[in-house]
Design a protein around this ligand. Structure first.
Ligand SMILES: *Cc1c(COP(=O)(O)O)cnc(C)c1O
Length: 416
């Protein structure tokens, strides 16, 4: 990694100030302070992100690319500056490898429809893990049905960690694509993706990593991982909705045909023939999410200014505290107990429906997600239809955990 080594001496940081960076926490819910435990679905926004978006619309807005006038050039520069920030964040080699998309979902669909349609053939195999988000399942199913491919699923053990031996056994000469979640949004497992990518490369497969739940919590280096494709969504890393990133190796992007056609992605157009624009614009048809892109830079700068080392140390401590407190709640069954986990706690209270739990917690000002978390195969694997999921962001603290535990005791009193 080419980042400066973190200094353990500097990891003490002012958490109250960080929480204060997020205006949402000044509001109340049913008269209670807000305990927001749904960052895995979407994270709250710091003031710097809100300001960046507002400043653009108030004093710097115009459509970007090709504008001859000052406003357009300023907006273009600001938008394109995000690409360099993204490149640095994930340590891509070139900015052209960083394609702006609506989010991870669109990024995966782009890869399936452009790369998959072009380079996969009848009988080829795609391997997924058992704990993928629907966004990393359905695009491959669409492709499978169109191209007569085969989807194969790498199982997870009872802790929710991928069974590496079983994964190895699935890999073979027919494997052309492996698509894996970096960190499970439903149960928090961190997959050993570096090792899994290396194994896939041994059989000549390409690998896509869904990094939605990784980039907000840990440093990601696409070159160190040797990922062929890596996607994430801005809104989960404290940025705006409607903007995300598809990273792909330059040669792959060069070989891939455009996915959507329109303005911005062309070089010349006649009714007979169109030539395409250079990377990254070849994959960015139409007016992009200008404000989203500019807000994303503010979000990434914010995360970098805190530092991943600090974020990891802080969230590790918070996660350990939360695990310990929840362990003491009677009749709580934790789903997903892998050794390597990020700040996601998924659980059920025996005999109480997760939606009932979520409804009571909401009355206390505690926002958790209940349901299948867009990962029904994960729920099936653990024999449940839904869980209660508490997921953490940099703004959460131990008081949030204490309030969650008190809320759960109340739920048990009411339904127990
Ligand atoms: C949220 C999420 C997605 C989908 O992201 P969108 O922003 O909805 O496109 C995919 N995978 C994981 C692991 C996620 O957490």
């Amino acid at each position: 990694m080419n980042r400066p080594a973190p200094s353990p001496a500097s990891w003490q940081f002012d958490h109250a100030a960080i929480r204060g960076d997020f205006p949402i926490f000044s509001r109340t819910i049913y008269g209670n302070p807000l305990t927001f435990l749904d960052s895995a679905a979407s994270a709250q926004k710091p003031r710097v992100v809100i300001d960046a978006v507002r400043n653009l619309y108030e004093s710097g807005y115009a459509n970007i690319h090709r504008g001859i006038y000052m406003l357009s050039q300023e907006a273009t520069d600001a938008y394109e500056a995000t690409r360099e920030t993204v490149r640095q964040l994930i340590n891509a080699e070139r900015t052209e490898e960083c394609i702006f998309v609506r989010g991870a979902t669109e990024g995966i669909n782009l890869v399936a429809q452009s790369y998959g349609r072009t380079f996969l053939e009848s009988g080829d195999e795609i391997i997924l893990s058992n704990i993928e988000h629907h966004s990393n399942i359905v695009p491959w199913q669409l492709l499978r049905d169109e191209k007569k491919l085969k989807l194969r699923v790498a199982p997870v053990n009872d802790d929710g960690q991928v069974d590496l031996e079983a994964y190895k056994a699935l890999l073979g000469p027919r494997t052309k694509m492996v698509a894996l979640v970096h960190v499970s949004n439903a149960i928090g497992t961190i997959l050993p993706v570096k090792e899994m990518i290396a194994l896939a490369h041994e059989v000549g497969a390409k690998v896509l990593i869904d990094g939605c739940q990784a980039v907000p919590h840990m440093p990601v280096d696409v070159r160190e991982l040797d990922a062929d494709f890596y996607v994430f969504s801005g809104h989960k890393i404290y940025g705006p909705t409607g903007i995300g990133v598809l990273y792909a190796k330059f040669d792959l992007l060069e070989a891939m045909p455009p996915w959507q056609g329109g303005g911005d992605m062309i070089s010349t157009v006649t009714f007979e023939k169109t030539t395409y624009n250079d990377l990254p614009h070849k994959f960015e048809a139409g007016t992009p999410n200008i404000a989203g892109g500019i807000g994303l830079k503010a979000a990434l700068d914010y995360v970098t200014s805190i530092g991943y080392f600090q974020i990891q140390e802080y969230e590790k401590e918070l996660y350990a505290y939360a695990s310990e407190r929840l362990r003491q709640v009677n009749s709580l069954r934790m789903i997903g107990t892998a050794r390597d986990k990020a700040a996601v706690l998924s659980f059920v209270l025996e005999g109480i429906h997760p939606h009932d739990t979520g409804t009571i917690l909401d009355r206390e000002g505690i926002a958790v997600r209940t349901g299948h978390h867009c990962a029904q195969p994960t729920m099936d694997r653990f024999g449940v239809t839904a869980t209660v999921r508490a997921s953490f962001g940099i703004y959460n603290n131990k008081a949030d955990v204490d309030r969650l535990v008190a809320g759960l005791e109340k739920v048990k009193e009411i339904f127990g």
